[in-house]
Design a protein around this ligand. Structure first.
Ligand SMILES: *Cc1c(COP(=O)(O)O)cnc(C)c1O
Length: 325
């Protein structure tokens, strides 16, 4: 049964390229590595949230909303892409960021401002309370706010990655490639839910491994499983349990979310210096660091092919300069 995709607005440059990482593969001496460049989706430096926003913005417009509201960390890539999408469609944008105003307005936070978003800090308050206050204020001004959850990870956002799996399967078929593993950074679960459901719908036979960026494996697996099932329903698919296809590795949480350590530093430099490709300090640096470690431990055989799904985030790099050099 084919998914019934709801309306979407075209924002991303699609399909994003897939490329072979020849020099990195040779350097590591493990499986043949490929990369899918969702850092090149094109929305104000790109990233995985762009695919989600194609469906979320379409839904906001269908509901007659005129203002996007969302939330995230100070260096949230999701918030920056939401601000850019709002600008592109003439919508207002309010961001509720975790924490208090930092000394330096840099990285994604700088871009949020340049893209015209209104930035609020929860300042120790409960985030949902802070969001409710912003929504109430907007309504009192006669605006019609549309709330996008953390990471854009609801059924509407996850749909973007179901479609992304269709895109990837088409590319693999055209190149006559078989991929044994897809590896990516996983956090709020929308990307992994979409990939998991898309893998099922479009007949991907390999494994899809999410490297957790901030949650214990059990918690993330449970969250992704629920979102996968709900997304199937949203798309009019027969209910299926794909729980046993949700692979999460939480060995690389390090000192916590957005705490850059040797894993991220080494991965970013290695991929930069061998391939000329930038990774980000919070998500893809950690996921690639995990993949490199797994390769060194012999988790893959030489004949296998692994595709690393680059989910973006490069705009955050300047904010972590002191931890990267
Ligand atoms: C948000 C984000 C992720 C994680 O995606 P989820 O759908 O939240 O799991 C991975 N990489 C980057 C760069 C991101 O911004």
């Amino acid at each position: 049964m084919d998914p019934k995709f709801p309306a979407r607005v075209p924002i991303a440059y699609l399909p994003t390229p897939i490329e072979r990482l020849e020099r990195l593969s040779r350097h590591l001496g493990g499986p043949e590595l490929w990369i899918k460049r969702d850092d090149q989706t094109g929305l104000a430096t790109g990233g995985n949230k762009t695919r989600k926003l194609e469906f979320l913005v379409a839904d906001a417009l269908a509901q007659g909303s005129d203002h996007l509201v969302t939330t995230g960390a100070p260096q949230s890539n999701h918030c920056r892409q939401t601000a850019a999408a709002a600008a592109r469609f003439g919508l207002g944008c309010s961001l509720v960021l975790r924490g208090s105003k930092p000394e330096a307005t840099t990285g994604n936070l700088l871009l949020d401002h340049l893209l015209g978003a209104h930035v609020y800090w929860n300042d120790g308050r409960d985030c949902s309370e802070a969001i409710a206050a912003v929504q109430a204020e907007l309504r009192s001004l006669g605006r019609r706010p549309y709330l996008i959850p953390l990471g854009g990870s609801n059924v509407i956002g996850a749909t973007g990655y179901v479609l992304a799996m269709r895109e990837l399967m088409g590319q693999l078929e055209a190149e006559r490639l078989n991929v044994d593993f897809i590896v990516f950074a996983s956090s709020s679960g929308g990307t992994q839910a979409g990939i998991t459901l898309g893998a099922h719908v479009y007949g991907y036979r390999g494994a899809a491994l999410g490297i957790s960026v901030d949650h214990p494996a059990d918690a993330l697996r449970t969250q992704v499983a629920a979102l996968t099932t709900a997304t199937a329903t949203h798309l009019g698919l027969d209910s299926v349990s794909l729980a046993d296809r949700i692979d999460v590795n939480d060995d690389y949480l390090g000192e916590g979310y957005a705490r850059v350590g040797e894993t991220e530093r080494e991965a970013i430099k290695l991929v930069g210096q061998l391939e000329g490709i930038l990774l980000d300090p919070v998500y893809t640096g950690r996921a690639m660091g995990g993949l490199i470690d797994l390769i060194r431990w012999g988790a893959f055989t030489r004949g296998q092919r692994v595709l690393f799904w680059h989910t973006g985030g490069v705009a955050a790099l300047p904010a972590f300069a002191d931890r990267l050099l």
